[in-house]
Design a protein around this ligand. Sequence first.
Ligand code: THU
Length: 132
Amino acid sequence: MKKEELIKLAKEARANAYVPYSKFQVGAALLTKDGKVYLGANIENASYPLCMCAERNALYNAMNHGEKKENFVAMAVTGKTTGPISPCGACRQVISELFPKDAPIYLTNLEGALQETNAVELLPFAFDDSDL
Ligand code: THU
């Protein structure tokens, strides 16, 4: 699947966002090596710290369907930002553990801005299982 197609699916995933507080819809689309795509949107809560980002929902959605880190080949994330969307610190930590280090992550906005990055760039010097 082309990255443009994955980015389009991330945009479509925004429709499932539940964002009564921020009104800021984010969508993520996670591609597996079998060509399956798992979507995630951000889901908020009146107890604000319980809000869950689109990126983590996409990863957890895939894993809850039996997918493993080794199967993930790319992820696209998008929102209505000025430039490419920037994943939060919590998502960077989760991505660093659950997403392959060198697989492309496409950070985009609704107007076509695109920054291609990866888990290591997003969170250098990450805390991981080797620290325990
Ligand atoms: N959010 C995401 O889902 N992903 C990001 O990359 C940035 C932030 C969500 C969390 C919250 O629901 C809303 O956007 C505003 O922070």
